[in-house]
Design a protein around this ligand. Structure first.
Ligand code: GLN
Length: 453
C-alpha cells in the first residue's frame, strides 16, 4: 500500500482508481475491519472509526442502539482533513462505544488481526488498525480514551498516535469519557501520523475543552536526528511478558546507540492507574450514554409507556460490556459512594499527572510498553478484569492528558507484532514526533502482515 505522503501527490483520477481498488480489496478480505463503505468528499481516502460523525453517514459507535442513526454534520476532525486533500472513506469496526480492548464487543462482530486471523486486532479502534496493517486502508482515524489508538496499533504492527487532550477537537466524536477522549491517526509510519495529526489538530470553538493556541505543523520539519533525554521507568516494565521486556531492552539499547541519553526512574502511583481510570471513565460513560433512550437517536424498542420505551430500548440496544460500565459508573456517582470513589479517583488522577510532570522535569520523553502482551486469541479473555489489566500501560497517559505514540519494534516468536510507546509532555507533539522518527530509524523494523488478501 502506498503511504499517505505518496497518496497526497496523486492526481484526482489516480485517487479515484485507488479508492475503487481499496473497496474491492476490503470487501474481499475476511477481516471484518470495515463495517461500511460510505465516502464523502474528494481526495486521499482515510478510514474513519464508527464513532466519528461524517455528515449523512450512518454512525453507530459499534452499537445496536444507534442502528439507523444518520450523522447530521461533520466532526471538526473530518472538516479539517477534508481541507487538506483527504476525504472520509469507509467506516471502521470498533468495540461498542469504544469500551473494550479487542473489538469483541462490537455489534458487528469481532475484527480479525491480519497477523493471525485467530487473534484480536486490539481495540477499541481495532478496525482502523487491522485495515491499515492489512493494506486495505492508507491511513485511518481512531479515538483513544485509555489506549484505543495505541494498543490496536501495537497489536497490528502499525503506528498510532494519541494527541494531547485538547489538541484535536472532540466535536462530532461520540462521547465515551469526555475528559479522556481524543481523536488521532493510525498509519503505516511516523511521518504519515504527523501528516494526519497536522491535518486534524487545532483550536475549535465548538469544543469547550479545545486548547486555544495554535502550534506549527510538524510533518514538514520532523528532525529524526534530534537527541533527547529519554526516561525508562524501571518498576513499570516487569509486568510485561518476557518477549516484550526483551524488545523493550533492545530498543533502549538502540536509542542509546543513536545518541539519546537514557535515564532511569521509578513511578509510585502506577498501581492505581487501572482503578482510577475505571472509576472515572465509567462515571463519565454512564452520564454520556444516558442520552440513548429510544427517543432521539437510533433504534426504538416496542413499548407501551415512556418508561418501557427507555427500559426496553436500553436493554435491547446496549451490549453486556456497555451495561456493565453504566452500572459501575452510576454506582460510583451515587450518593454515599461519590466521595469514596469518584472524588477520590479525581484526587488520585492529580497525583498521577503530578508524577508524570516530575519525570518531565528531567526528561523529554518516556519510553514504555503499550500492552503487557501481544494480541490475544479471539475469545480467550473471559474475565472483564483481565481485559482491563491489558490497559495498564496506556490509561495513565489519558488520565494525565499527555500525547503518546505507539510504534512497532519487533515480532514475538509466534510472529505477532510488539509495539512500544513514547510519551511527551502536554503539547510537546513536536518532540514526540522527532523522538518517534528517530526511534523508527534506530529500530529499523518493517511490518509485514501475514494475511492473504
Ligand atoms: N480499553 C479501554 C477501555 O475499555 C480503553 C478504550 C478506549 O481507549 N476507548 O476503556
Amino acid at each position: 500500500m502506498i503511504t499517505l505522503k505518496e497518496a497526497l501527490i496523486k492526481s484526482k483520477e489516480e485517487l479515484s482508481r485507488l479508492r475503487a481498488e481499496l473497496e474491492i480489496k476490503a470487501k474481499e478480505s475476511n477481516l471484518n475491519a470495515y463495517i461500511g463503505f460510505e465516502s464523502s468528499g474528494e481526495g486521499v481516502p482515510i478510514l474513519i472509526k464508527d464513532n466519528i460523525q461524517v455528515k449523512n453517514w450512518t454512525v453507530t459507535s459499534g452499537s445496536k442502539i444507534l442502528q439507523g442513526y444518520i450523522a447530521p454534520y461533520d466532526a471538526t476532525a473530518i472538516v479539517n482533513l477534508k481541507s487538506k486533500g483527504m476525504m472520509a472513506f469507509g467506516r471502521a469496526n470498533m468495540d461498542e462505544f469504544a469500551m473494550g480492548s479487542t473489538t469483541e464487543s462490537s455489534y458487528y462482530g469481532v475484527t480479525k488481526n491480519p497477523y493471525g486471523e485467530e487473534r484480536v486486532p486490539g481495540g477499541s479502534s481495532g478496525g482502523s488498525a487491522a485495515a491499515v496493517a492489512a493494506g486495505i486502508a492508507i491511513a485511518a482515524l481512531g479515538s483513544d480514551t485509555g489506549g484505543s489508538i495505541r494498543q490496536p496499533a501495537a497489536y497490528c504492527g502499525c503506528v498510532g498516535m494519541k494527541p494531547t487532550y485538547g489538541r484535536v477537537s472532540r466535536f462530532g466524536l461520540a462521547a465515551y469519557a469526555s475528559s479522556l477522549d481524543q481523536i488521532g491517526p493510525i498509519t503505516q509510519n511516523v511521518e504519515d501520523a504527523a501528516i494526519l495529526y497536522d491535518a486534524i489538530k487545532g483550536y475549535d470553538p465548538k469544543d469547550s475543552t479545545s486548547a486555544e493556541f495554535e502550534i506549527e505543523d510538524i510533518a514538514n520539519n520532523i528532525n529524526s536526528d534530534a537527541k533527547f533525554t529519554i526516561a525508562v521507568i524501571d518498576n513499570y516494565i516487569s509486568e510485561a511478558d518476557e518477549e516484550i521486556q526483551k524488545a523493550y531492552a533492545d530498543t533502549v539499547k538502540k536509542l542509546a546507540e543513536a545518541g539519546h541519553t537514557i535515564i532511569h526512574k521509578n513511578m509510585q502511583n502506577t498501581k492505581y492507574d487501572i482503578a482510577t481510570y475505571y472509576i472515572l471513565a465509567t462515571a463519565e460513560a454512564a452520564t454520556n450514554l444516558a442520552r440513548f433512550d429510544g427517543v432521539r437517536y437510533g433504534m426504538r424498542a416496542e413499548s407501551n409507556t415512556v418508561e418501557e420505551l427507555y427500559y426496553n430500548t436500553r436493554t435491547e440496544g446496549f451490549g453486556d460490556e456497555v451495561k456493565r460500565r453504566i452500572l459501575l459508573g452510576n454506582f460510583v456517582l451515587s450518593s454515599g459512594y461519590y466521595d469514596a470513589y469518584y472524588l477520590k479517583a479525581q484526587k488520585v488522577r492529580h497525583l498521577i499527572r503530578d508524577e508524570f510532570n516530575a519525570i518531565f522535569a528531567d526528561a523529554d520523553l518516556i519510553l514504555s510498553p503499550v500492552a503487557p502482551s501481544v494480541a490475544p486469541k479471539i475469545g480467550a479473555i473471559h474475565d472483564p478484569l483481565e481485559m482491563y489489566k491489558s490497559d495498564m500501560y496506556t490509561i495513565a497517559i489519558n488520565l494525565a492528558g499527555l500525547p503518546a505514540i505507539s510504534l512497532p519494534v519487533a515480532k514475538n516468536k509466534e510472529g505477532m507484532p510488539i509495539g512500544l510507546q513514547l510519551i511527551a509532555k502536554a503539547f510537546n507533539e513536536k518532540i514526540l514526533f522527532d523522538g518517534a522518527a528517530s526511534m523508527e530509524k534506530a529500530v529499523n523494523y518493517k511490518s509485514e502482515p501475514a494475511a492473504k488478501l
